[in-house]
Design a protein around this ligand. Structure first.
Ligand SMILES: Cc1cc2nc3c(=O)[nH]c(=O)nc-3n(C[C@H](O)[C@H](O)[C@H](O)COP(=O)(O)OP(=O)(O)OC[C@H]3O[C@@H](n4cnc5c(N)ncnc54)[C@H](O)[C@@H]3O)c2cc1C
Length: 404
């Protein structure tokens, strides 16, 4: 009989517990300072985007700016198909959305939580609602000091996510933690004149990113996506992806990250020709109405205002210089990002150094009987269900190793 302690009852810890419980010799205790699986409730805007419809594990791993190579081995054992089979088995049917993101058919994260909790009950896994403050390695096993007492376990899993104190606990046991940074975040920009169009979104636009006057080499698929204006700057899937790729770029007020957006997805010369024809064909209309054919009207008004162009000037009377300014704004609208929006990041980049973890078992290479899974590791993906996939997969591998 082995006592297995799992610190963290998030998706990774729960997945690990369920598979570790396949060995009846394991007595499993999940320690959580909060309500188990509550971190799953806000996922996918309450719908829980639990996976992504990419069934080739090497292709799937490409969606992880950190952890790609490590995940080859993990995903070769448990990947998208296994996730869908697993959820189907526990009563969560899923569907694939047009953009390949996968959700429960009920579009309800709470249903995913309920189904997982049912499995915990079925397998008689114990929940301990305590905050683990310290971990000590004993000759055999570990001693956990919590806010309520002391516990001894034979094997230990740290699954505390990106924001818990699991990094400190791992460090205390001799592991190294790579620099922690917010990822998948909205960005605060120097430009404030777009605050009044906060909430306006643009579908599938493209971007280029510069730092220190150098264009950053970022894969093309990252530089396309939906975009959102916010009261403090810019957001939406496109910006999340950029924030993920630039998580370790040291941008700030003095050296901002320059993000240049093409709102119409056309070369400037191409768009100039289209606009010129549009203006000619609608010579008697207000210029604002003509530009509103290409971008939302409120945004068009802000752009005209920032360029000191009268919104009610007739299209036929717009000067060449003003037309060029409009073309520049619509094909290369520049934002200077100075920092991520604090505390609103979806994941943490960085974590337990993967060099110190065996991808075949999720076991520590430094400390016997110690395991890791989920976001506490130096693994993070883009938006699209990849971060939960990391939890299901690393949780599964850790659980199966513990089951022996
Ligand atoms: C708003 C939002 C939306 C998201 N949407 C999606 C999505 O749709 N798809 C997707 O793939 N990803 C999404 N993510 C990311 C995803 O939720 C996380 O990557 C995932 O929850 C990480 O799981 P985890 O089990 O590693 O850690 P967590 O879910 O963070 O769970 C860790 C648990 O450990 C507990 N804990 C921490 N330290 C201690 C301690 N010392 N003692 C006791 N307990 C402790 C915490 O209370 C917590 O319950 C979203 C994230 C956010 C914030």
């Amino acid at each position: 009989m082995s006592n297995v302690g799992i610190i963290g009852g998030g998706p990774a810890g729960i997945m690990c517990a369920l598979f570790a419980a396949q060995n009846p010799e394991n007595k499993i205790f999940i320690f959580d300072k909060n309500i188990i699986l509550n971190t799953i409730l806000p996922t996918g805007g309450g719908r829980c985007n639990l996976a992504y419809s990419e069934f080739n594990f090497k292709e799937l791993a490409k969606f992880y700016p950190r952890g790609e190579k490590f995940l080859y081995s993990v995903f070769s054992r448990f990947s998208t198909k296994d996730t869908l089979d697993f959820f189907n088995k526990i009563g969560v049917k899923t569907y694939v959305q047009d953009d390949l993101r996968i959700f429960p058919i009920t579009d309800c994260a709470r249903d995913v939580k309920t189904a997982l909790l049912k499995q915990l009950e079925k397998k008689n896994i114990k929940k301990v609602f305590e905050n683990v403050l310290k971990v000590k390695k004993l000759e055999n096993g570990f001693e956990l000091a919590t806010d309520k007492g002391v516990h001894k376990v034979d094997k230990l899993v740290i699954a505390t996510g990106g924001k818990g104190n699991g990094h400190k606990l791992a460090e205390g046991l001799g592991h190294h933690i790579t620099g922690l940074k917010p990822s998948l975040s909205a960005l605060v920009t120097k430009e404030k004149e777009f605050a009044c169009v906060s909430g306006i979104s643009l579908k599938n636009i493209s971007a280029q990113v510069f730092f220190n006057n150098k264009k950053l080499k970022i894969p093309k698929n990252i530089l396309n996506g939906d975009f959102l204006f916010t009261h403090s700057g810019i957001s939406g899937p496109l910006i999340y992806k950029i924030s993920s790729y630039c998580a370790y770029v040291d941008f700030n007020e003095n050296v901002p990250l320059k993000i240049v957006l093409n709102l119409v997805n056309l070369e400037d010369t191409e768009f100039d020709e289209i606009l010129l024809n549009g203006l000619k064909d609608n010579a008697q209309k207000d210029v604002l109405n003509v530009i509103s054919k290409y971008i939302p009207k409120h945004l068009a008004a802000v752009i005209l205002q920032r360029e000191n162009i009268n919104t009610s000037v007739k299209a036929g009377q717009l000067s060449k210089k003003d037309r060029e300014k409009i073309v520049k704004n619509l094909t290369s609208l520049c934002f200077n990002a100075i920092k991520p929006v604090s505390g609103e990041e979806i994941v943490t980049a960085g974590g337990v150094d993967l060099k110190e973890v065996d991808a075949k078992t999720m076991g520590s290479k430094l400390v016997s009987d110690l395991y890791f899974c989920g976001e506490v590791l130096d693994i993070d993906g883009l938006t699209g269900g990849f971060n939960l996939q990391n939890c299901w997969s690393t949780g599964y591998v850790a659980g199966v190793s513990l089951a022996g």
